[in-house]
Write a protein that binds this ligand. Structure first.
Ligand SMILES: [Zn+2]
Ligand SMILES: [Zn+2]
Length: 194
């Protein structure tokens, strides 16, 4: 068996140490630049955080594992009841490393995770535009999902607002704080189910 991958990996770790670059997701040495404008990632994390490239329903984002009717194929639920929005973009399934980053940021306020998630949201937007034959104009405003006042006091920040600010900066669009108000607290507990 070849030892080349192990040697390359060790070399990468040494370079990462020398340059002081660490993977933003796991802390391992991460030589080289991050993908696009993402912060540095090691090869494993970059692979795990690759954008979903398979077929999916453009109405609700349901990811199809098998063959479908091609791009633009709607799932049965969306064919029965079309969604009220014009466009939906997402990065990937809520599982594995992506899920851990969301939980780290949302429930532990890890700013490194926020930086990565902002980068992934930006990537999802740019990839969606590139895949869309007629992407159209960016939205007039970006409205984050509001937190109830009590939840905001408890957590100290609105995770949705901080992500929206990243997109607002990318698209040069305002992110109004008071566009929506949550009048009833959400029923889910304010803690991570890990
Ligand atoms: Zn990593
Ligand atoms: Zn659907």
């Amino acid at each position: 068996m070849s030892r080349a991958p192990a040697v390359l990996s060790a070399l990468g770790a040494t370079l990462g140490d020398l340059l002081g670059r660490r993977c933003h997701a796991c802390g391992a040495a991460a030589p080289g630049r991050g993908r696009g404008e993402l912060p540095p990632l090691c090869a494993d994390c970059a692979r795990e955080l690759a954008p979903w490239a398979g077929p999916c329903c453009p109405g609700c984002g349901a990811m199809f594992r098998g063959a479908t009717g091609g791009a633009g194929h709607l799932c049965a639920a969306c064919r029965l009841e079309p969604r009220p929005w014009e466009r939906l973009l997402f990065h990937g399934p809520y599982q594995g490393l992506l899920r851990r980053l969301v939980l780290d940021y949302k429930f532990h306020g890890r700013l490194g995770a926020l930086r990565l998630l902002r980068g992934l949201a930006r990537e999802a937007w740019l990839l969606g535009d590139a895949a869309d034959a007629a992407p159209g104009a960016p939205p007039d405003v970006i409205v984050p999902v509001p937190l109830h006042r009590r939840r905001l006091l408890h957590r100290g920040f609105n995770q949705s607002l901080e992500l929206a600010r990243g997109l607002g900066a990318l698209l040069e669009r305002p992110v109004p704080l008071a566009a929506l108000t949550r009048v009833r607290p959400a029923s889910t507990p304010d803690r991570a189910a890990r």
